[in-house]
Design a protein around this ligand. Structure first.
Ligand SMILES: N[C@@H](CCC(=O)N[C@@H](CS)C(=O)NCC(=O)O)C(=O)O
Length: 220
C-alpha cells in the first residue's frame, strides 16, 4: 500500500507537512486534497482528529503535522534540516501555542466578539518582533525544520493585512518571509490539485521537477 497524505492546500499545518516531504526528498506519497466542509468518508475513517494533514502509512496513521515532519526527516534528510538544538523546538512551541491562538483571534475576530482584536494582534506582533530579532538568514544559525514549521503561520498572519505587516519594522522577518514566498520550494508545495472524493484519483507528491526528479530544491 502506498503512503497517503490527506492535505488541504491553504492549511498552514498541511503546508509544513508538505514542506517536510519536499525537503526530505524521500519517495512520493499519494496526496488527497480534502475539502474541509465536505470531508470524504475515507478521510474521516483514517483520521482520529478529522484534521489535515493526516499521513496514512501501511502500519499506522500520523495525525499531527509536527509528527509528519519528524517522520519525513526520519527516513531521509539530505539537507540536515532536522538536526537542530532544543531552541528550535521552543520556537515552534511558541508559534503553535500562543502565536497561533492570537493569530486566529486576529484573523477571525468576528468569531470572538468578546475579544479586542487589536489586543490579540499586539500579542501576535510581540512574538513576531522576537522572531525578527532572532532571524539572521534563518531562525537558527542554519536552515532547519524550524523555518519550515513556522513560515506557513507567519505567512497566514501576514496576509490578514499585508500592508500593515509590511509597514512594521521587522526587516529580517519580512525578508525571510519574502524569500520563502518566492522560493521554488513554496511553489512546489502550493500546486493546485482537484479535490479528492471517495474512490477518486490521488496525486503524486512532491511533484517531479522538469528533469523528472524529486530532488529537494535549495532552501530559500
Ligand atoms: N494539531 C493539528 C492541527 C491541524 C488543523 O487544525 N488543521 C485544520 C486546517 S488548517 C483542520 O483540519 N481543521 C478541521 C476543520 O476545519 O474541520 C496538526 O498540527 O496537524
Amino acid at each position: 500500500m502506498t503512503t497517503l497524505l490527506y492535505s488541504f492546500r491553504r492549511c498552514p499545518y498541511a503546508m509544513r507537512a508538505r514542506l517536510a516531504l519536499l525537503y526530505a526528498a524521500g519517495p512520493q506519497v499519494a496526496l488527497r486534497e480534502v475539502v474541509l466542509r465536505d470531508k470524504p468518508d475515507a478521510f474521516l475513517r483514517a483520521s482520529p482528529s478529522g484534521t489535515v494533514p493526516c499521513l496514512v502509512l501501511p502500519d499506522r496513521v500520523i495525525d499531527e503535522s509536527l509528527d509528519i515532519m519528524v517522520w519525513a526527516f526520519g527516513s531521509s534528510d539530505p539537507l540536515g534540516l532536522s538536526t537542530m538544538p532544543p531552541q528550535g523546538w521552543a520556537w515552534i512551541e511558541r508559534c503553535d501555542g500562543p502565536f497561533k491562538y492570537d493569530l486566529d483571534r486576529t484573523k477571525y475576530s468576528s468569531r470572538y466578539p468578546d475579544l479586542d482584536a487589536t489586543v490579540s494582534r499586539d500579542r501576535a506582533a510581540a512574538f513576531l518582533q522576537d522572531l525578527n530579532d532572532q532571524i539572521g538568514t534563518f531562525i537558527l544559525d542554519r536552515p532547519s525544520l524550524t523555518d519550515l514549521a513556522i513560515a506557513p503561520f507567519v505567512r497566514q498572519f501576514a496576509f490578514i493585512d499585508k500592508p500593515w505587516f509590511d509597514a512594521q519594522s521587522w526587516p529580517q522577518l519580512q525578508h525571510w518571509l519574502n524569500r520563502f514566498l518566492t522560493s521554488d520550494g513554496f511553489a512546489s508545495i502550493m500546486g493546485k490539485y482537484p479535490p479528492w472524493a471517495d474512490a477518486g484519483q490521488s496525486q503524486p507528491f512532491p511533484p517531479k521537477d522538469p528533469a523528472g526528479r524529486t530532488n529537494a530544491p535549495p532552501l530559500w
